[in-house]
Structure formats: structure tokens, C-alpha cells
Design a protein around this ligand. Structure first.
Ligand SMILES: *Cc1c(COP(=O)(O)O)cnc(C)c1O
Length: 443
């Protein structure tokens, strides 16, 4: 791997091939992408079309390289094209890509998950985080015989109809569909409450508990930027759910294996009834899972009558990548190394912003963090909404010009991987000094 070690300066990057490739993409795919945020709409400009990745470095089709903090939106905690993961996929592919029949590898991955995630006793594999959340919800409803669910403003659980909702006005609102094509009836049972507000949950359960099947939450919100839970918030949710016999579902698609070996539930010592996993668990291939208490998981078909299935679920390539990734993360100092690298980056960015006199807020839990252009702390969707998006766009482009690839929206997390070197983190901090100065002009 040829890692650039020179200081990253603003270069006049040639992006003609990216531009042409993206133009061709736009003719045959809506917005030129397979998932909307990739299109750079929140920051403007034309996305770089990626040719390859190795370690912490992405290379585009023009040959420009970038230190990458997106990591495919979370899965790549070992970096790009990790040799152990690639070898595992190669080996599995040579033996066949999919059988639609049980394999030993599924059991091996399930055992790794059960051993590591405190609340999971049994697990079902699916193909995406969307599927995991959608299926966990069906299971919670099937288990309780209740229909309503509580979710939180700013939390993302994939794009299934019942979860694609936004809050209306007022403290307690039933969700309104946040996309055309989602019938109001599908979201009528979804209650949307503000994040980090335990009283709001308590108030709803006081009147609606008998109808509420589940409370679904990102234990560390990562889809409105990085918003950690207030002290006692998750514990409070656990208590309220237990008292009211509501299924507590942690969507750990992002936080699972990211913030500790056992995810946010291990970090905060709070056990949900069901957990959604995705991203890291598939090592960069399409694999996700939901799991939890045996008593509830035994309700899943064919053991129980809550139906859920998948042609490619638990396929050998994805399970091989997942196993290799989880095994690599079991090495002694993996999480200490992630913590040290992420702490250094967060502190460096904070200091650079301060030096540039830009009001920013830098929440971080382990190797996931945020950069909010805000003078006040961001604790929920409303406070996230007050951030300066023009300043982030300027910052993002200034970083991109200097070879640092951040999420093209401030309401996404920045991820540090085990592949990021000290040098790369120092280069990133050096680049940010100039980038924050560019952002300072955007009030
Ligand atoms: C990414 C994400 C999802 C959706 O996963 P997909 O694999 O994109 O469907 C769900 N929940 C959370 C918390 C996520 O971060």
C-alpha cells in the first residue's frame, strides 16, 4: 500500500473521470447512486467515484487518494480490503456463493455473537439493517400481541414503511410518513418521541402501555450525527419497558462491535430484550441480524409462528467476512487502539476548530464521533437541526480537496478504523486547521 505521508495541502485535484462516470451513472440510476446520501446533496458538488480502497485510504477513478472516515458508513472497522477478510471471502467463494441450506459458518458466527453481545441468546441472520429492524419489530408485535411502537426523532432504523416516519408537532405525536409511497395507515401505530427525554416515554406509557409492543432506539444515536444517551436515559427506558411489559429493542446496527466488543449495551450495562445488528457484523458484505432473549427468539418461524425468511440470508461469503472481522476484533488491544486513535483525532479537530474560532461540538463514543457546527451541545433532533449546514459543507469540501474523505453530511458519524495510522490522523488534523478556517467564513 502506498500511503501518502506528506502533509495534505489543498491540491487542484483532477476529477474529470469521476465527473464523467457519475454523469453516466445518473442516466441509468436515480441520482446516480444506489443509496441517496452518496449523491452529496447535503454538501453540493459531484461525488467522487471510487475505484478501490486499502487500509484507511480510498482511491477514486482519477487516481486521487483520500484518508477515509466513512468506512462504508460503519462496517469497515478493520479498514478496506483487510487481508484476513479478503482471504476468508476468497476461500468461501471458491466453495460456492450460496446454498440456501444450513452451513457450519452460520453457527460459528452466531456463536461469536452470542458470546459477545450480553443480551443475545439466539440470533437470526438477514441481509440488511433495514430488514433486521423491520423483523425485530414484527417479532415484538407477535410476542406481545400489541401493535404500537415507540421510536425517537432523529433515529434511523432503515427504510421500512412503519419506521420511515417523522414527528409531527407537539410533544406526543403519531408519526406522519416521511416519504410519499408510505401509506398513513402503515405509520399510524408508530409513536415518535424526542430522543433523550425519558419523561416523554413515561407519559406515553402511562396512557398507552397496553397497546405498546416495543420501544425501538439507537442506544447511541448515529444517524443525526453522533448523539450519545444522557446519563440514566437507557437505564430509565429499561425500567419503563420492564414495568409495562414492553419489548426494548436496541438498534445496534451502527454501535454493535463498534463501541465495545458487546456494543452499547455492554458499554452502558443495559440489556435490551432484542438487538439489531448490521454493518460490522458482515465485515463489509451484506449481512445483518436480530437476536435476543431465547423466550422471544423462539417465536420466530419455523420454531414459532412469526414469519420471516431470506433466500440469501446467512450466505457463506457474508458469514465468512463477518467471522474474520469479529475474530480480528478479538485481538487483545483492538478496542484500546481504536479508543486512542479516535481520542487523538477528536481532540485534534476540537483544538483546530477552536484555533479557527469556529463554534463546534465534538461528541464521541469510542471510534464513532461527530462534528457539529453548533455553539450549543447537540442532544436530540431539535438541537441537531440548529447546526450550521453551510459551514459543514465548506468544511467538507475543504477536507475533500486536501484528501480527507468525511461523510457528506454533518448528520452522519465519522468512524476511525484499526487501519488508521498515527500519521494519517495527524495529517487529518493538519488539514482540518485550514478547513475550519474556510468554514469560519460561513455564518
Ligand atoms: C445503517 C443503519 C440501519 C440500516 O441498515 P441498512 O443495512 O442500510 O439497511 C439501521 N439502523 C441503524 C442504527 C443504522 O445505522
Amino acid at each position: 500500500m502506498a500511503v501518502q505521508t506528506d502533509k495534505r495541502e489543498k491540491t487542484q485535484m483532477v476529477t474529470t473521470k469521476s465527473t464523467a462516470a457519475f454523469k453516466a451513472a445518473c442516466r441509468v440510476m436515480p441520482g446516480g447512486v444506489s443509496s441517496p446520501v452518496r449523491a452529496f446533496r447535503a454538501v453540493g458538488g459531484t461525488p467522487r467515484v471510487i475505484a478501490k480502497g486499502k487500509g484507511a485510504v480510498l482511491t477514486d477513478v482519477d487516481g486521487n487518494s483520500y484518508i477515509d472516515y466513512v468506512g462504508s458508513w460503519g462496517p469497515l472497522i478493520l479498514g478496506h480490503a483487510d487481508e484476513r477478510v479478503v482471504a476468508a471471502i476468497d476461500k468461501a467463494a471458491a466453495k460456492g456463493c450460496s446454498f440456501g441450506a444450513p452451513t457450519e459458518a452460520e453457527t460459528q458466527l452466531a456463536e461469536l455473537i452470542v458470546a459477545r453481545v450480553p443480551s443475545i441468546e439466539m440470533v437470526r441472520f438477514v441481509n440488511s439493517g433495514t430488514e433486521a429492524a423491520m423483523s425485530a419489530l414484527r417479532l415484538a408485535r407477535g410476542h406481545t400481541g400489541r401493535n404500537k411502537i415507540i421510536k425517537f426523532e432523529g433515529c434511523y432504523h432503515g427504510h421500512s414503511d412503519a419506521l420511515l416516519v417523522q414527528a409531527g408537532s407537539g410533544a406526543m405525536t403519531f408519526g406522519a410518513p416521511s416519504s410519499p409511497g408510505v401509506p398513513a395507515g402503515t405509520t399510524a401505530d408508530t409513536l415518535v418521541l424526542p430522543y433523550n427525554d425519558l419523561d416523554a416515554v413515561e407519559a406515553v406509557l402511562k396512557t398507552h402501555a397496553a397497546q405498546v409492543a416495543a420501544v425501538l432506539i439507537e442506544p447511541i444515536a448515529g444517524n443525526m450525527g453522533c448523539v450519545p444517551p444522557n446519563t440514566g436515559y437507557l437505564e430509565g427506558l429499561r425500567r419503563l419497558c420492564t414495568e409495562n411489559e414492553v419489548v426494548l429493542v436496541f438498534d445496534e446496527v451502527m454501535t454493535g462491535f463498534r463501541v465495545s466488543p458487546g456494543g452499547a449495551q455492554e458499554l452502558y450495562g443495559v440489556q435490551p430484550d432484542l438487538t439489531c445488528l448490521g454493518k460490522i457484523v458482515g465485515g463489509g458484505l451484506p449481512l445483518a441480524a436480530y437476536g435476543g432473549r431465547r423466550e422471544i427468539m423462539e417465536k420466530v418461524s419455523p420454531l414459532g409462528d412469526v414469519y420471516q425468511a431470506g433466500t440469501l440470508s446467512g450466505n457463506p461469503l457474508a458469514t465468512a467476512a463477518g467471522i474474520a472481522t469479529l475474530q480480528a476484533l478479538a485481538e487483545d488491544d483492538a478496542y484500546e487502539a481504536l479508543e486512542a486513535a479516535a481520542a487523538k483525532l477528536a481532540e485534534g479537530l476540537r483544538a483546530a476548530a477552536e484555533a479557527a474560532k469556529v463554534p463546534t461540538y465534538h461528541p464521541r463514543v469510542g471510534s464513532m464521533m461527530g462534528t457539529f457546527f453548533s455553539s450549543a451541545p447537540v442532544t436530540d433532533h431539535a438541537t441537531a437541526g440548529r447546526c450550521n449546514t453551510r459551514a459543514y459543507a465548506a468544511f467538507f469540501h475543504a477536507m475533500l480537496d486536501r484528501g480527507v474523505y468525511l461523510a457528506p453530511s454533518q448528520f452522519e458519524c465519522l468512524f476511525v478504523s484499526l487501519a488508521h495510522t498515527d500519521e494519517q490522523i495527524e495529517e487529518t488534523i493538519a488539514a482540518s486547521a485550514e478547513a475550519f478556517a474556510a468554514a469560519a467564513a460561513c455564518r
